[in-house]
Design a protein around this ligand. Structure first.
Ligand SMILES: Cc1cc2nc3c(=O)[nH]c(=O)nc-3n(C[C@H](O)[C@H](O)[C@H](O)COP(=O)(O)OP(=O)(O)OC[C@H]3O[C@@H](n4cnc5c(N)ncnc54)[C@H](O)[C@@H]3O)c2cc1C
Length: 382
């Protein structure tokens, strides 16, 4: 075991959040090291599966709107810096009864922030979006400021941009322990120990194991994504078919989906659905999708889309890191001096990865951030 004073800031975990934190630190000229147990862009965590939704009229709370607006800007900046396309603006359609979270939530956010949107009746929906199965009790909320992100490419692009700005990356290197310290926290690997002025811990579903004090704040659950064949490539292309979310009044049945990126399938996921809240152990890996997952999808897709086969041609497992109130954990804890935690993104964090990276860099460098993060205080459940 060798010990060295290695970096100003170390980022543990280079998934969605850690890769962006590393980029933001490096572009500020901070001597930063990023450490990832797998190869960045891998499919063992929460940041894989071809696509992630970005939307602006935020159903989960109006307080997210300034953050998501900043995220859009930073995604576009990363596209400009890298010359890669990471973001597609497809528009977003929320479908549900008037009192459902997918209609009432974005409406409240849009009104609070003066965002542009259209409310659609069941008749409007059938006319404008014939790809959806619409019963008379449903409404639509449509906004143009929504679309999709490419998760694997986004992670590898942020890591490459960080390296181009001077960051160092250790891939296939598992951190065994993070030791808090107000002066120089330590990061222990199998073959060496690193110290830094500050450590950002962005370990996703593994955060509980790495910092056991956070275990009470997080549960990790398995979620499955499915790809479904369709018969009309033009109708499901990104210029005709928006990202969507659909919910019933109770919120028990909540699904979402994407336009066809390969010309032959659309992707659908279940955010909430009876029976899907299965605990996951990231150390053991994702439990592969099975027949029961396919049956749930058949019900969801059959109820939601027209012209799409209800049984998936393929599926993939992923994991949610959930906090009790489904808001994020961003910041420090008194008993963990020298560390910034980025975790608990509760199944809706990817779109914010760029702004979370910026917040992490500000916290690591200045000890505070200009961006509104009070609702993500890791002490709020104490
Ligand atoms: C099926 C599914 C659909 C989703 N859909 C959306 C969506 O449409 N829109 C949206 O905004 N969000 C969505 N989300 C949520 C979003 O993807 C997550 O919030 C986000 O990816 C979490 O990023 P993360 O960096 O916290 O975790 P991860 O991306 O999992 O990164 C954690 C990283 O830390 C590494 N690590 C852990 N422990 C160690 C260690 N000891 N040593 C070294 N490295 C370590 C891991 O290997 C991993 O790379 C979805 C999530 C899932 C699962």
């Amino acid at each position: 075991m060798t010990t060295s004073v290695d970096a100003d800031v170390i980022v543990v975990g280079l998934g969605a959040m850690g890769s962006q934190a590393l980029w933001q630190l490096a572009r500020r000229g901070v001597g930063a090291i990023g450490i990832e147990q797998f190869t960045p862009g891998h499919d063992h965590g929460a940041s894989h599966g071809e696509s992630r939704i970005i939307r602006t009229a935020y159903a989960e709370g109006a307080a997210y709107v300034p953050l998501v607006k900043r995220s859009w800007k930073l995604w576009q900046e990363l596209e400009r810096v890298s010359g890669r396309s990471l973001l597609a603006r497809t528009g977003g359609l929320m479908v549900g009864p008037a009192d459902s979270s997918v209609i009432a939530g974005p409406l409240a956010s849009a009104r609070a922030h003066g965002l542009t949107y259209d409310l659609l009746s069941a008749e409007d929906l059938r006319r404008d979006f014939p790809q959806f199965r619409v019963t008379d009790d449903l409404q639509g909320f449509y906004e143009e400021e929504a679309g999709l992100l490419r998760p694997e490419l986004a992670v590898t692009t942020a890591v490459e941009a960080a390296v181009a700005s001077g960051a160092e990356v250790f891939a296939e290197a598992a951190v065994r322990e993070v030791v808090p310290d107000p002066e120089r926290p330590r990061v222990v690997l199998d073959d060496r120990e690193l110290t830094a002025r500050h450590v950002v811990v962005a370990a996703g579903g593994w955060l509980r194991q790495l910092l056991p004090g956070t275990a009470g704040l997080l549960t990790v659950e398995r979620r499955v994504m499915g790809w479904f064949g369709h018969r009309d490539p033009a109708a499901f292309a990104p210029d005709r078919f928006p990202i969507f979310a659909r919910s019933d009044s109770t919120g028990e049945h909540g699904s979402y989906g994407f336009p066809s990126l390969d010309g032959t399938t659309v992707k659908v996921g279940l955010h909430t659905w009876p029976g899907i809240d299965e605990p996951a152990d990231p150390a053991a890996g994702h439990r592969p999708p099975d027949r029961q997952d396919a049956e749930r999808f058949a019900e969801a897709v059959g109820d939601t889309l027209l012209g799409v086969d209800p049984y998936p041609v393929r599926m993939a497992s992923c994991m949610y890191s959930l906090t009790p109130d489904r808001h994020f954990l961003v910041g420090g804890r008194r008993e963990l001096p020298g560390l910034t935690l980025l975790g608990g993104f509760s199944g809706h964090g990817f779109k914010f990865a760029t702004v979370i990276g910026e917040i992490a860099a500000e916290l690591a460098c200045d000890g505070s951030t200009r961006l509104p993060v009070a609702q993500f205080d890791p002490h709020r459940f104490d």
